[in-house]
Structures are given as C-alpha cells and as structure tokens.
Design a protein around this ligand. Structure first.
Ligand SMILES: Nc1nc2c(c(=O)[nH]1)N[C@H]1C(S)=C(S)[C@@H](COP(=O)(O)O)O[C@H]1N2
Ligand SMILES: [Mo]
Length: 322
C-alpha cells in the first residue's frame, strides 16, 4: 500500500518495484525510522519464513467449485510476499517479524448494533459452519495478484451468530494492535488498530469469507492468523487480518486506508480497471510467481466476480464511490 501526495508520476505500466520504492520513499520522507533491525532484513529467503513446526493441517473442510480453473500461486509466494504493516512495511517483513506472534488463545468481541454484545473464541468460530476451501483471485491495489486456496467459513454465518439489529448498516473489522508482539505497531506508519469495513449486503454476500487457513493448513501468522477477512472482488487491503473485534454500525466507518489517504483509497475499493489510482493505472496486474518478466494481464471488473456481486452496485457511481 502507498500513502502520500499526488505526484506527477502517471505511468500505466508502473512496476511493482517502482510502487514499492515510492512507498519506501514516502515512509522515509515522513521521518519514520523503521522497526529496529527490520530494514536490515529486506530480502527474505523463501522457505526461511515459516518454521515447519508451526504448520498445522486443518482436520476437515469441504471442497467447493470456486476457482477450480485457476493456477494456484505457490505456498512460498503466498507466505513470504505479504502486506501486514503491524509487522513492517517490506513484503518480506511479516514472515520474519511475526514469528513470535501468538494467535492462540484468541477471542473476538462483537459489539455495536447487536442484540447483545458478546465474545466468541476462535474454537467456537471454527464450529459455526462447515469449513470449506475457496480458491479466489486476490488483487492488491499495488498492481499484483495471486490465486489463493483459502479455507474458511461464510462471513454470513458469523453475522448470524452476532445477531445485528435493524439499525446495522455497516460492519467494521478491527485488527489486533499489540506493540509487544507486533513491532510495526510501535511506529506510527498507520493509525492503529487497522480497521476495515463493509456494507451489510457486501458482508452477507456468499463470496465473503472469514478465512482461517490456506492450502489446507491453519493460517500462517503473516497471512492474518487466526482469522482474517477475504473479499475477492475488492482490493486486498479490504481483507483485515488477525481480527479481534467486529462492530456493527449505522454510519459508514472510516477505515485505516481512507484515513491515511482519502483521495487514494475509498471505502468501496472494488477492483475496477476503469478507475485509475490517482498515481497509476489499475488496468493491468502482474501475477506473483510468474517471474519478473511475465507479461501483465488485464484486470477484470470486480476482479472477475461481476456476476456474483455486480448487482449490489447497480445505480452507484463507481467513480465517486471508489
Ligand atoms: N491488519 C492488517 N490487515 C491487512 C493489511 C495490514 O497491513 N494490516 N494489509 C492489507 C493488504 S494491503 C493486503 S494486499 C492484504 C495482503 O494479504 P496477504 O499478505 O495474506 O496476501 O492484507 C490486507 N490486510
Ligand atoms: Mo494491498
């Protein structure tokens, strides 16, 4: 993700490298010294990120028809090329700096416009509905994409459990912000805790899941253990990680990225090749894992999920509501 003022760089073929450098410059310019020691570890070797001892298979989950036609992104790419600013701003930081993070025990609190505020443990969330695999295309606003075999449950099942009242129009997802185990939180790169939000109908859409695993294993810390949001027709930043609080609201929440760069990151954040980011085109993307010289591919409206989600935005001006 990038934060900063609008510049005159307007290239339709800006490379991830350039995007990455531009973000680094912004953070340096803003005078933030990065997490002690973190900047020294910028290039992470694949395979060093995730100790085998931490990998656990999910005992039972259903296979579904979603995404069967897609070539999966490799496990090492999915778990070493991450955005999770609580663990640092470089793509390799989360895999390295989340090693001491403890995703258990874990409790999620449910509050706001609900019949009764309550708490639920991650173990009980696992039992709310049969877990299923969902192979989804994921696209980051930076212009790269992956195909990830998530394991999770429909978010609608968790919302049914939460029992929102009729006044609930939006849902807010609040990530953990623990300076002891998340070194990035000690630095004011973003306003902590990380907050994301959805409109109620988006949250209830059958494509929206709470992911608890990938590749048939519980989520690695760097991918948002023990539970993170996955909304495949929106830019990756909508998928808040390591969620500890779900709050139902009447008003549209101000999410972290809206707060950081209101002209660049809107509430909706639907993948839309026709609406450019103020500093680069959104018409194409690069699939991670295809090699540096792999051709960019065309980005599809709603990331290719238009049949499933398009009707929710009928009549909405998607240039204004970006
Ligand atoms: N709490 C939290 N959630 C987050 C982020 C973050 O920095 N903090 N980054 C977002 C962004 S920009 C992206 S692209 C995805 C990346 O998810 P992945 O690393 O599992 O691919 O997580 C999103 N969720
Ligand atoms: Mo992203």
């Amino acid at each position: 993700m990038l934060i900063g003022k609008k510049t005159d760089i307007l290239s339709s073929e800006i490379t991830p490298r350039e995007v990455f450098e531009s973000r680094r410059k912004f953070i340096k310019a803003a005078g933030f010294s990065l997490i002690a020691g973190a900047s020294a570890i910028s290039g992470v070797l694949p395979g060093t990120s995730h100790a085998a001892a931490q990998r656990h298979k999910i005992a039972a989950f259903g296979k579904t028809a979603y995404g069967k036609e897609e070539a999966l992104t490799g496990y090492d790419d999915i778990t070493t090329y991450n955005n999770f600013y609580e663990f640092g701003t470089d793509k390799g930081d989360p895999a390295v700096h989340s090693r001491l993070f403890k995703p258990a025990p874990w409790t999620v609190s449910i509050e706001g416009a609900v019949k009764k505020p309550r708490q639920i443990s991650i173990e009980d969330i696992f039992k709310l509905a049969p877990l299923e695999e969902r192979i989804y295309r994921m696209r980051c606003v930076e212009g790269w994409s992956m195909v990830i075999p998530w394991v999770g449950l429909p978010l609608s099942k968790l919302i049914q459990f939460a029992e929102p009242t009729a006044s609930a129009k939006f849902v807010e997802f609040i990530s953990l912000a623990d300076p002891k185990t998340m070194p990035g939180v000690r630095v004011p790169i973003l306003k902590w805790p990380y907050i994301e939000g959805l409109r109620m109908d988006e949250a209830m859409n059958p494509l929206t899941i709470m992911a608890v695993g990938l590749y048939g294993e519980v989520l690695p810390n760097q991918n948002g253990a023990p539970m993170r949001l996955v909304v495949p027709w929106k830019y990756g930043f909508k998928g808040g990680k390591s969620i500890v609080k779900i709050r139902f609201t009447e008003k549209m929440p101000v999410t972290t990225w809206m707060h950081s760069g209101p002209s660049e990151y809107g509430f909706y954040a639907n993948v839309n090749p026709a609406v450019d980011h103020p500093r680069w085109s959104q018409a194409t993307e690069r699939r991670i894992g295809g090699g540096l010289f792999s051709p960019r591919i065309k980005t599809r409206m709603f990331n290719g999920y238009e049949n499933e989600v398009g009707q929710m935005y009928a009549g909405l001006d998607l240039r204004k509501n970006f």
